[in-house]
Design a protein around this ligand. Structure first.
Ligand SMILES: [Zn+2]
Length: 161
């Protein structure tokens, strides 16, 4: 038997100290949260992505009375970007959430299904996706979606490429 360990590093920022390169995406994600359809959770999530072609696209959570039929903001944003710019890698993602009319203090992190999609998006384009998880008190930044899903299932698991 041998033991292996997976570790990852993430940066913490106050919103005021975020690098300037993130400000437009944070604003876009905050705007996107205003367009969430979240009558069941009353938890509005906004996401914004940047592609390597310079396009910013947004998504928000879209709920449904048949709960599993809804979709998270992160996947709406990434699929939106991929649908419009299928040859462009998604290189940055910002996630924000609003509850009770205010942005959450703590960062919101992607659910497991979103992590799966974010990882495959990286693999698809062979490009890392930086993810900024925004909170009004502090923000987390990871350099790659793969940090959030170690030992992930992917196309290689199916015997594909
Ligand atoms: Zn999700």
């Amino acid at each position: 038997m041998s033991l292996s360990q997976v570790t990852f590093t993430y940066e913490k920022f106050s919103p005021e100290s975020l690098p300037q390169e993130w400000s437009a995406l944070v604003s876009a994600a905050k705007d996107a949260a205003e367009h969430a359809y979240s009558p069941y959770s009353r938890f509005s999530v906004g996401a914004a992505v940047l592609t390597d072609g310079g396009h910013v696209e947004i998504g928000s959570n879209q709920e449904n009375a048949a709960y599993p039929s809804g979709l998270c903001a992160e996947r709406v944003a990434v699929f939106h970007a991929n649908a419009k710019h299928s040859a462009e890698a998604v290189t940055k993602l910002v996630i924000v959430a609003k509850s009770g009319g205010v942005f959450t203090d703590s960062p919101i992190t992607p659910c497991g299904s979103c992590r799966q999609v974010l990882c495959e998006t990286e693999q698809r384009f062979g490009a890392k996706m930086q993810i900024l998880m925004y909170g009004s008190r502090e923000c987390y930044l990871v350099e790659s979606a793969s940090c959030l899903l170690p030992l992930s299932f992917g196309s290689e698991s199916l015997g594909g490429k």
